[in-house]
Design a binder for this molecule. Structure first.
Ligand code: ADP
Ligand code: MG
Length: 771
């Protein structure tokens, strides 16, 4: 029996989804698959699992004993929603659990399980009929994350399979599929006859009680949108009546910079310095925001100048008086404080949860968020939205395999989702930091599905391991193009995972057992040579979790440092002298990690992760050695996890007890680890251009390592390129090799990925760089 508190009960009653409970449950009882559409905040994620629970799903003694599985594209949402549902159900904490890549609270008591979509994809590999579940809810389907797309294809088939199994053996219960979406972009599923062979599933609508949101476009679109955001939010705070503000930015760096600046100008008494310094962060320096992939490869990033046409547009008549709102009597905003909270995926979970906590009295909540606040999370009390109109998105060149992370305009659908965040508690306002002309001309209707923006070798391997010979026949909601499927098959063949005829090999089956991209799995499968397995595992963990090292250009923004009893916080401006000292410490820390190899970034990452395991105070170690605390913690957890998986899959290659503190590897072992790495990146080798058979005299000898051209040995470009400038790649400035004298650079390089660099940093040329 569920006993909800009176407050929860009252809040539920206001949710549109609760008003439609009967309609929703009837549809689910009468159909194997159902699509639910309702605006963000209408109660889909928190309420539908509770309806199912109360109807007996997940009850071990009932007729539908399997768990209620709920997938989310984002980890933040999986964790926070399971907590919320558990709270709402009151007193049943064991019944609701979550599982994300690095954490799980699932037990034998679990009835409702929240998880990331990648987790369920992995589970299907081991339990093809998903027998542990009685119903699968695929949430946030409109986001079109790759794993969600794959799940819709797979689970729609499993529903048929469970139906057939039930006919043969009534003890096997049928499986229900519920797809939930915040937008009406569901036609890709509904009208796809390849997906739902018995006709489209019914669409149940829970129309949100959304208050009107007034949208204000800017008259012009500023190139420096961060500065513009600061100005506008500051003015807004002074002029606007009480109400929370939600500001959409593109990443962690922008959020931290804006947070610091807002606090400086409103918390400090000397508010005057607020206009003196400008915030400038190039997107190419920003850390990755998008969560790393459970399937697929590495990420890279760059910045594309999206403001080519931005300046100079103007829309007469708009934005005359930007905050033309009825004044509230007796209200003076200057007496109110600001309560600034960041929200992005790399933030620790407990800090993310702060946005749901009560706001201090007499303070205005200002949440600075990335896309995570667009549809997955609903923050209470938001009345004003400030939308920069930009997001950091993955771009992947299907032809060359070059990946980039670019700041680009969002879609019209996203802009409308963002605006909608202002209308949950009452009428709201959305301030767009771009003009309506830009919106009309440059914003696409919908964002492209992610599957078209990433390498698909992980997906191809997964499908092949399920004995799907012709991957092209899989019911993808939006199929990847043939070229990228072919490219993925080629790589899998190099790795020995597929036979020349495209059939999965025993090695391929081994690779598919690991929750990693096939390259990293390959390293684990061959990693036992010379007793290297513990090192190989640590190396894979360090590489699979991105951004272990805090880059030099983020020194000032990184966490506080301990210095002879004084703690400098990010809010303090570091004096020149301590800034210099910090730089020296940074270089010292980095050279410590290079002790095992002066020329390998991979070995440097391995060394850092192994050293971290020896620290008595992990967080302090991360701070002092310029490692990202969250990333290095995740890498450590992954290390532990992978050790368990390796132990199960390859009995005897590891000591029976996990050993986090490893002895110094021998020179022979270091060499072997490098060879293992090279085997996994066999198609990503480049030769120094002057040593290539086709080498031409170059007119000028490069003076810096980062200007020395290398040539990839495998085709990266379509067709042939005669011009060396067209096909050359260069060492990334963050690499340990960047400090080499040009003539001492190695003849060959193994690289993890190519990325296109920001035009500014290479004087106008756009050359791919290796990392
Ligand atoms: P949907 O999935 O349709 O977007 P949700 O089920 O996530 O909607 O949210 C329903 C309502 O519950 C929201 O309007 C929000 O205000 C409230 N809510 C959700 N999570 C929390 C939380 N952690 N704390 C307080 N309120 C919450
Ligand atoms: Mg939701």
């Amino acid at each position: 029996k569920v006993e909800r508190s009176p407050e929860v009960q009252a809040a539920r009653m206001l949710l549109p989804v609760v008003a439609e409970e009967q309609k929703i449950m009837e549809a689910i009882f009468n159909n194997p698959c159902v699509v639910i559409w309702g605006t963000t905040g209408s109660g889909k994620t928190t309420q539908v699992p509770q309806f199912l629970y109360e109807a007996g799903f997940g009850d071990p003694k009932g007729p539908t004993p399997g768990m209620i599985g709920v997938t989310q594209p984002r980890r933040v949402a999986a964790v926070s929603m399971s907590k919320r549902v558990s709270d709402e159900l009151g007193g049943l904490p064991d019944k609701v659990s979550y599982q994300i890549r690095y954490e799980s609270s699932v037990s034998s008591q679990t009835a409702i399980k929240f998880m990331t979509d990648g987790i369920l994809v992995r589970e299907i590999a081991n339990d093809f009929a998903l027998l542990k579940y009685s119903v699968i809810i695929i949430d946030e389907a409109h986001e079109r994350s790759t794993n969600t797309d794959i799940l819709i294809g797979m689970v729609s088939r499993i529903v048929d399979l469970r139906g057939d199994m039930n006919k043969e053996d009534p003890k096997v219960t049928p499986l229900k599929l519920v797809i939930m979406s915040a937008t009406l972009r569901v036609s890709d599923f509904l009208e796809n006859t390849n997906l739902f062979r018995n006709g489209p599933p019914p669409l149940v609508q829970a129309e949100g009680r959304q208050f009107p949101v007034t949208v204000h476009f800017s008259r012009t679109t500023q190139r420096d949108y961060l500065e513009e955001t600061f100005q506008k939010v500051s003015r807004g705070h002074k002029k606007l009546p009480p109400g929370g503000m939600l500001v959409f930015l593109t990443g962690q760096n922008e959020i931290n910079a804006l947070s610091k600046r807002l606090k400086e100008s409103f918390v400090n008494t000397k508010a005057s310095n607020s206009t003196s310094q400008k915030i400038t962060i190039s997107a190419s320096d920003a850390p990755l925001e998008t969560e790393d992939l459970d399937l697929g490869g590495d990420l890279a990033r760059t910045h594309r100048d999206l403001n080519n046409h931005a300046d100079g547009w103007s829309d007469e008549g708009e934005d005359e008086d930007e905050f033309a709102i009825e004044p509230v009597e007796g209200y003076t905003s200057m007496s109110s404080h600001i309560h600034v909270l960041p929200l992005y995926s790399q933030l620790q979970t407990k800090d993310q949860m702060l946005v749901f906590a009560p706001v201090p009295e007499n303070a205005r909540l200002i949440v600075l968020a990335t896309n995570v606040a667009e549809t997955s999370l609903t923050i209470p009390g938001i009345r004003y939205v400030f939308d920069t109109g930009r997001a950091k998105e993955r771009r992947y060149d299907q032809m060359t395999g070059v990946q980039t992370f670019e700041i680009d305009w969002i879609s019209k659908a996203s802009a409308s989702q963002r605006a909608g965040r202002a209308g949950r508690t009452g009428p709201g306002h959305c301030y767009r930091l771009y003009s309506s002309a830009i919106y009309e001309r440059d914003f696409q209707e919908y964002a492209e599905p992610e599957i078209l923006q990433m390498p698909v070798e992980g997906i191809v391997l997964q499908l092949k391991s399920m004995d799907l010979q012709h991957v092209i026949n899989f019911p993808f909601p939006t199929p990847p193009d043939r070229h990228s499927l072919a490219k993925a098959e080629k790589l899998l063949t190099y790795l020995g995972a597929l036979s020349p005829h495209g059939k999965i090999t025993p090695i391929g089956r081994e690779l598919s057992a690991y929750p990693l991209s096939p390259r990293f799995s390959k390293m684990l499968v061959i990693g036992h040579q010379h007793g290297c397995m513990p090192y190989t595992i640590a190396l894979v963990s360090a590489l699979a979790v991105q951004d272990l090292f805090i880059p030099e250009n983020q020194l000032d923004l990184s966490a506080p440092i301990q210095d002879a009893g004084t703690i400098y916080t990010t809010a303090d401006r570091l004096e020149d002298e301590s800034r210099e000292r910090r730089k020296r410490e940074f270089h010292k820390a980095n050279s410590v990690f290079s002790k095992n190899s002066v020329s390998s970034d991979a070995i440097k990452a391995l060394t850092a992760l192994c050293a971290y395991a020896y620290a008595s105070d992990h967080d302090m170690f991360a701070l002092n050695y310029f490692l990202s605390p969250k990333a290095v913690k995740e890498a450590s957890t992954l290390r532990h996890q992978l050790s368990t998986i390796v132990q199960n899959n390859q009995p005897g290659v590891l000591p029976s007890k996990f050993q986090s503190r490893l002895p110094q590897p021998s020179p022979k072992q270091l060499k072997a680890v490098e060879q293992i790495l090279a085997a996994a990146f066999i198609d990503q080798v480049a030769i120094r251009a002057d040593l290539a058979p086709t080498a031409e005299e170059t007119p000028r000898k490069p003076s810096r390592a980062t200007d020395v051209p290398y040539l990839p040995l495998f085709e990266t470009h379509q067709g042939k390129a005669d011009d060396i400038v067209e096909i050359a790649v260069f060492i990334h400035p963050s690499s340990v090799l960047a400090n080499f004298a040009p003539r001492e650079l190695p003849h060959y390089l193994v690289y993890s990925h190519l990325q296109r660099s920001a035009p500014a940093s290479v004087e106008g040329a756009r050359k791919p760089r290796t990392r």
